[in-house]
Design a protein around this ligand. Structure first.
Ligand SMILES: [Cu+2]
Length: 141
């Protein structure tokens, strides 16, 4: 849902692309993430600090978003915006780290981020999707 953070994201985004033909070796941890109505799941929720590749797969049945926040807030109590349906991504109690604003049905996209130790919450912040249960805590040591 956010486009103004591009400059900030550029600092942490690694040159990784699911559709790149370049044979750049993957370093760090690959974290498989599955999104579907209305859950986010991963087989890995604890990982070492460093480069993390989020392999995000949308199993539908609708388009989803993928957003990474760093926060100590309980995963189901992130601050909502005025609409009451989406997280207020500008709230001082959460820190926007990176995102895909859209992952189409059936699509897989890889988001590379350099993550320092901390607690992260992965969400889909489309209207109602977060409230529906699309959040997952990942701890980086
Ligand atoms: Cu969603």
């Amino acid at each position: 849902m956010r486009s103004l953070r591009c400059a900030r994201m550029a600092g942490v985004l690694i040159a990784l692309s699911a559709c790149s033909s370049q044979a750049s070796p993957r370093s760090g941890v690959v974290l498989p993430v599955t999104e579907k109505d209305y859950r986010i799941t991963s087989s890995i929720t604890d990982l070492p600090a460093g480069i993390v590749s989020f392999d995000v797969h949308n199993r539908g049945p609708s388009t989803h978003e993928f957003v990474v926040f760093e926060t100590n807030q309980p995963e189901d109590q992130l601050p909502l915006g005025a609409d009451g349906l989406t997280i207020n991504e500008d709230s001082p109690s959460i820190h926007h780290v990176g995102e895909f604003s859209e992952v189409d049905i059936g699509q897989s996209r890889t988001l590379g981020l350099r993550l320092p130790p901390g607690r992260y919450v992965l969400v889909c912040n489309l209207e109602g999707h977060y409230l529906g249960g699309m959040h997952l805590v990942v701890t980086v040591h």
